[in-house]
Design a protein around this ligand. Structure first.
Ligand code: UTP
Length: 408
C-alpha cells in the first residue's frame, strides 16, 4: 500500500488520524505504518455501530456434568483410555499465552511471572512441570504448542531458551503467533501508540486453531498423529494438562470435546456456565442468566446451572476442521489502552478508555456437536492468576499452591 492508497482508505473509514504524524517518520517507519494500515480489518468498525451488542440467546437448558464421584468410580477405565491416547501420540497440549494480562499489570508475558517466594518458580515453568508429570507417567513426551502474539513472541521464546525449556525437550515445543486487531477509543477512532504505530492487540483466544493452521504448526501436529488438542490458559497454575482421566472420560463418553469445570461456590458466582443452547453446548455468562436460572435446583438440591468453565478444554481435530470456516462472533471488550493524546504524548490510562476486538474460545464450544462438562475439584485444580491481590490473584494462587504441597 502506498501513501495515497492509505490516505484514501483512512478517509473512507473516517480514520485520518492514523496518518497525522506521517511526515515526521523515517522511511522505514513509513513503510511499517503503511503495512499496518493495509492489514486493518475494517469490517471490525461496523461491529461497533451495531445497536446493543449483546446477542439474543436461544433456548437455554442445563447440561449435566460428569461429577467427581462418578469419575472416581470409573477412574481405572478413564485412566487406561486416556493414557493409551497419550502413549499413541494422539494428544497435544496447546497453551494460550497470547493475552496481555492487563489486569495483572505485568509488562512481560504473563508466563514469566515469578510465583515463587523463597525460590524462583515461573508460571511457564509450573505449567511445564504439570505436563512433565504426565509425560513421565506415560513415558512419552507430549507435543506442546504455545500461542503467542506479535507483542510477546520474542520475549516468550527468549525466556524458554534462557531457561532451557525447563527440562522439556525443545523439539516437542513449538510457538505460533495469533493475529492482531486494532484498538479504538469510545468514538470508534483507531488509536495510535506511537507516531508510526497503530495500537494493535491480540484478537482474543478464539482464533487459536485458525492461527495454528495459518502458522503451519497444525501440520506438525498432524504429522505427529495428534487428534486431540488440550487447550488451556497461561494463568491457572494448578491445572492438570493432558490429564489422562479427562481425556479418557471424554473418549469413553463418546464426546468430541470436553471442558474442565468447577462447582460454583454460590449461585451468583461470576463465571461462565456450561449448558445447552438450542440443543448445542454453550457457555452462558453469569449476567445473562435470569434469577430463575441462577437458583433453579435439581431434585437432589444441587443447582441446575452449577458448573463454571475453567478454560481447560479438549477438542477433537475432526470437529475443529469442520468448524474452521464458520464465522465466529467478535466481541467488543472495554480495556485500558495506551494511546497518543492530541499533543502526541503517550498516555497509559489507569481506567478503561476504549475497546478491543476479541474472538473467544467459549464461542467455539457452541459450534461443536457436544461437549462433556468434567468436574474437577476447585481447590486442587483451579487457581487462576488474573489480579495482583484479592480474588483470582497471585496471593490466592500462592495459598492454594502451598495447600497442594507445591514448594514456593
Ligand atoms: P484473559 O481472558 O485472562 O485475558 O485470557 P488476558 O488478555 O490475558 O488478560 P486481561 O483480561 O487483559 O487481564 C485467558 C487466556 O487466554 C489467553 C491468555 O493469555 C490467557 O491464557 N489469551 C487471551 C490469548 O492467548 N490471546 C488473547 O488475545 C487473549
Amino acid at each position: 500500500m502506498n501513501y495515497v492508497e492509505a490516505l484514501n482508505v483512512t478517509k473512507k473509514y473516517n480514520q485520518e488520524q492514523l496518518l497525522k504524524y506521517y511526515d515526521r517518520l523515517s522511511e522505514i517507519e513509513k513503510v511499517e505504518l503503511l503495512r499496518q494500515i493495509a492489514n486493518i480489518d475494517w469490517s471490525l468498525l461496523a461491529i461497533l455501530k451495531k445497536e446493543k451488542r449483546e446477542h439474543q440467546r436461544g433456548v437455554l437448558e442445563p447440561l449435566d456434568a460428569i461429577e467427581t464421584q462418578e469419575i472416581q468410580q470409573k477412574k481405572d477405565i478413564f485412566y487406561q483410555t486416556g493414557m493409551k491416547a497419550i502413549q499413541e501420540g494422539k494428544v497435544a497440549a496447546v497453551l494460550l499465552a497470547g493475552g496481555q494480562g492487563t489486569r495483572l499489570g505485568f509488562d512481560k508475558p504473563k508466563g514469566m511471572l515469578n510465583v515463587g517466594e523463597t525460590k524462583e518458580l515461573f508460571l511457564f515453568e509450573q505449567l511445564i512441570n504439570n505436563v512433565t508429570e504426565v509425560a513421565k507417567a506415560a513415558d512419552t513426551w507430549i507435543p506442546f504448542y504455545i500461542m503467542t502474539s506479535e507483542k510477546n513472541q520474542t520475549d516468550t521464546i527468549n525466556f524458554f531458551e534462557e531457561n532451557h525449556y525447563f527440562g522439556y525437550p525443545k523439539e516437542y515445543i513449538k510457538f505460533f503467533m495469533q493475529e492482531m486487531a486494532p484498538s479504538v477509543d469510545y468514538n470508534g477512532k483507531i488509536l495510535l501508540e506511537g507516531y508510526g504505530r497503530i495500537s494493535l492487540s491480540p484478537n482474543g483466544n478464539g482464533g487459536w486453531f485458525s492461527s495454528m493452521k495459518k502458522s503451519g504448526v497444525l501440520e506438525d501436529a498432524k504429522h505427529r498423529g495428534v487428534i486431540w488438542f488440550n487447550i488451556f490458559s497461561v494463568d491457572n497454575v494448578l491445572q492438570k494438562i493432558a490429564d489422562p482421566l479427562f481425556i479418557g472420560a471424554t473418549i469413553e463418553n463418546g464426546n468430541v470435546s470436553g471442558a474442565k469445570v468447577v462447582k460454583k461456590v454460590e449461585p451468583e458466582e461470576r463465571v461462565g456456565v456450561l449448558c445447552k443452547e438450542d440443543g448445542k453446548p454453550a457457555i452462558v455468562e453469569y449476567y445473562e442468566m435470569t434469577n430463575e436460572m441462577l437458583t433453579a435446583k435439581k431434585e437432589n438440591g444441587d443447582l441446575q446451572y452449577s458448573f463454571g468453565v475453567t478454560l481447560n478444554y479438549l477438542f477433537h481435530l475432526d470437529q475443529l476442521e469442520d468448524i474452521l470456516n464458520d464465522e465466529m462472533p467478535t466481541h467488543v471488550v472495554e480495556k485500558k489502552i495506551p494511546y497518543l493524546n492530541e499533543q502526541g504524548n503517550l498516555i497509559k490510562p489507569d481506567q478503561p478508555n476504549g475497546y478491543k476486538f476479541e474472538q473467544l474460545v467459549l464461542d467455539m464450544i457452541h459450534m461443536l456437536d457436544n461437549c462433556l462438562p468434567y468436574e474437577v475439584i476447585r481447590k486442587e485444580e483451579f487457581a487462576p492468576i488474573k489480579n495482583r491481590t484479592g480474588v483470582d490473584s497471585l496471593e490466592s494462587a500462592r495459598l492454594l499452591m502451598k495447600e497442594n504441597g507445591i514448594p514456593l
